[in-house]
Design a binder for this molecule. Structure first.
Ligand SMILES: [Zn+2]
Length: 230
C-alpha cells in the first residue's frame, strides 16, 4: 500500500483524488464566502442597502459565517485524518443494501487494518458525507460493529447529511427511512471504550463476546477483533 504524505499521511494514494476534490472545493467556497462578505460590507458602507433590511443582512452574514465554519471544519478534519496513524482508504463500488441497490459505505477493512470508504457514486457530497464518518471513527464517536456495542446513531448520520448539503447534497430535512433502526443518540464510544481499555478483562470479554468483526478507536489507538492494531 502506497502512502503519500511527507509527514506520514494516512490516506492511501488512490484516495487522494477524492480527498483533494473535497479540499479544493472547501478552499474555493471559503474564498467565495469571504468575497461575498466583503461585497456586502462595502455595500453597507456605501449605504446601497436600505438599513430597514438590517435584520435580513444580519441573517445573511451569519449564514455566511456558518458556512465558512463548516468548510474550515471539513479541512481541519481531513488534516486530522491525514496525520492519523490509522490508514484511511477510498475506493468506488459501494455495498449492496437490503433492497439490492448500491449504497456508499464506510467500514473497517480487517484484511489490511484500514478504514475503507466505498463510494456508490461520484458526487462530491457523497465523499464529504463518508469522510465525516471516517472522522467520527477517528475521534471515537462511532465504531464499526453491530449489536449492543454499536454507537452509530441518528445524530452521526445527521451530521454527515448536513456536511453533504454544504457540498451540494440534497437539503437535509429528515433521515432516509433506511436509518429508522438506528438509536436517536448521541451515543459516543469513548466512555465505554475507555472503560474497556482500562479494564483488559472486560475488553477480552467484549472481544470474545463479539459475534462479528469489529473495530473501535479510543484515544488515538485502533482496537479490532484481532486486538490492538495501531
Ligand atoms: Zn452516512
Amino acid at each position: 500500500m502506497n502512502l503519500v504524505d511527507p509527514k506520514g499521511m494516512m490516506f492511501t494514494e488512490r484516495s487522494m483524488k477524492y480527498v483533494n476534490r473535497v479540499v479544493s472545493f472547501s478552499h474555493e467556497r471559503i474564498a467565495e464566502l469571504f468575497t461575498a462578505k466583503e461585497q456586502l460590507t462595502t455595500m453597507l458602507k456605501l449605504r446601497k442597502l436600505n438599513p430597514r433590511f438590517s435584520k435580513l443582512i444580519e441573517k445573511v452574514f451569519s449564514s455566511i459565517d456558518k458556512s465558512i465554519k463548516e468548510f474550515r471544519a471539513t479541512l481541519k478534519e481531513i488534516g486530522i485524518l491525514s496525520d492519523s496513524n490509522q490508514l484511511y482508504d477510498i475506493t468506488t463500488g459501494g455495498i449492496i443494501d437490503q433492497n439490492g441497490g448500491y449504497i456508499s459505505d464506510t467500514n473497517y477493512e480487517h484484511s489490511n487494518n484500514s478504514v475503507l470508504i466505498s463510494l456508490a457514486d461520484n458526487n462530491i457530497f457523497t465523499i464529504a458525507h463518508e469522510l465525516k464518518h471516517a472522522f467520527q471513527f477517528e475521534i471515537g464517536q462511532i465504531n464499526f460493529t453491530v449489536g449492543p456495542y454499536s454507537t452509530i446513531d441518528k445524530t452521526d448520520e445527521i451530521e454527515a447529511y448536513v456536511r453533504g448539503e454544504y457540498f451540494g447534497g440534497p437539503h437535509y430535512e429528515k433521515l432516509p427511512s433506511m436509518y429508522n433502526h438506528l438509536p436517536d443518540g448521541p451515543i459516543d464510544f469513548n466512555l465505554l471504550g475507555n472503560y474497556l481499555i482500562e479494564n483488559p478483562n472486560e475488553l477480552g470479554r467484549f472481544i470474545a463476546g463479539s459475534q462479528i468483526k469489529y473495530a473501535v478507536r479510543v484515544n488515538g489507538i485502533t482496537y479490532s477483533t484481532e486486538g490492538k492494531t495501531r
